[in-house]
Write a protein that binds this ligand. Structure first.
Ligand code: PLP
Length: 365
């Protein structure tokens, strides 16, 4: 039986969080002399404030709880605002989850490589033991091996779906088995879910208090520079994350731009449609190149592509100022490069460079 109180580090349960000036008075009107801000404006503009121009300046601290964003995001995602945490990238909730649950030198987290690298880095930063249970050759979970590897002090299990760098969705029934059988938190990282053919697991949040779902504004929404990620979980866990986060972790300009994006869902949807069409086109054209051994099916905005000589191709593409991700030394991804789906013209260029490389090889042999 899952009990959040047994998962959290004991001192986090009793922690008194920092109370910011904007927690103590939440009204919008008034003379704000409570937060030691600069009353004259911001150094980004040439002149200082006159009273009518306050909106254009950044001299006031932002809403520490990002209420407006959560109100707007909740109906889009089909969750309650109180089930949402907004972080400085989804890397922030990854780290907060490790810090909230794992006592350094004592507790462990479990990951299923090959997968996104930050889970391992967060464990290392926090001196938390890492248990690795590799994916099966079909890139699915080895559920019996995972259940056997879980220790009494394992607090978190990270599953990335669609998985980076393999691009596939993880079988939903396997995730449910883990949720049913693990008394820690199952964190499902859905950074690429907007490109996938199945819906998010957020619909299961009320059923599973040990489920955490991560998503990001960095991919489908096209807002990587803003550094903004979403974490969906039980109200009790979201309260804990709010308690331990830096008070103003999402900047004012970021909050303004996120709101703008959330009122522009159709633009995001149109970009996703375009990326999906390009994913298909790029897959088809890559498979026509003799250099290419395999293109793995993808539910993400990238392709894992197997070549005979990945290192030489990687170096050649770099020489042409085409930068892809070299994954050929990663176990189960031997021979592979990870290629992000670009614009129509970018994809044409990468294909043309690969063809030129193939032509050069065939004339030198
Ligand atoms: C699976 C996965 N999770 C999380 C992230 C980080 O996203 P963010 O930009 O929100 O920190 C990435 C970035 O590439 C990713 O691939």
């Amino acid at each position: 039986m899952f009990d959040l109180n047994t998962i959290l580090r004991p001192h986090i349960l009793t922690l008194t969080p920092y109370s910011s000036a904007r927690d103590e008075y939440t009204g919008k009107e008034g003379i704000f002399l409570d937060a030691n801000e600069n009353p004259f404006g911001s150094a980004v503009s040439d002149s200082t404030l006159d009273d009518s121009e306050t909106e254009a300046y950044y001299n006031r601290y932002p809403d520490p709880h990002q209420y407006a964003i959560k109100e707007r995001l909740a109906p889009i995602k089909g969750v309650r605002p109180t089930q949402i945490f907004i972080g400085n990238g989804s890397d922030e909730p990854i780290d907060l989850l490790v810090r909230a649950t794992c006592t350094p030198g004592q507790d462990s987290i479990l990951i299923v490589p090959p997968t996104y690298g930050m889970y391992e880095v967060s464990a290392a930063i926090n001196d938390v033991q890492l248990i690795k249970v590799p994916l099966k050759p079909d890139f699915q979970l080895d559920v019996p091996a995972i259940l056997a590897a879980i220790q009494p002090w394992t607090k978190l299990l990270f599953v990335c779906s669609p998985n980076n760098p393999t691009g596939n969705l993880i079988d939903r029934s396997d995730v449910l088995t883990l949720l049913d059988n693990f008394n820690g938190l199952v964190v499902v990282d859905e950074a690429y879910i907007d490109f996938a053919s199945t819906p998010s697991l957020t619909t299961l949040l009320d059923q599973y208090p040990n489920l955490v779902v991560l998503q990001t504004f960095s991919k489908a929404w096209g807002l990587a520079a803003l550094r903004s990620g979403m974490c969906f979980a039980s109200e009790a866990l979201i309260e804990v994350l709010n308690k331990i986060k830096p008070p103003y972790n999402v900047s004012g300009p970021t909050q303004q731009l996120l709101l703008k994006a959330l009122n522009n869902v159709s633009t995001k949807d149109a970009m996703v449609t375009r990326i999906l069409a390009q994913r298909e086109e790029l897959t088809r054209n890559l498979l026509n190149l003799p250099l290419v051994r395999h293109v793995y099916p993808s539910d993400a905005n990238f392709l894992l592509v197997k070549f005979d000589d990945p290192k030489a191709i990687f170096d050649y593409l770099i020489g042409q100022q085409i930068i892809v991700r070299d994954r050929h030394r990663v176990k189960l991804c031997e021979g592979c490069l990870r290629i992000t789906v670009g614009t129509e013209s970018e994809n044409r260029q990468v294909l043309s460079m690969l063809q030129t490389y193939a032509d050069q090889i065939s004339t030198t042999v």
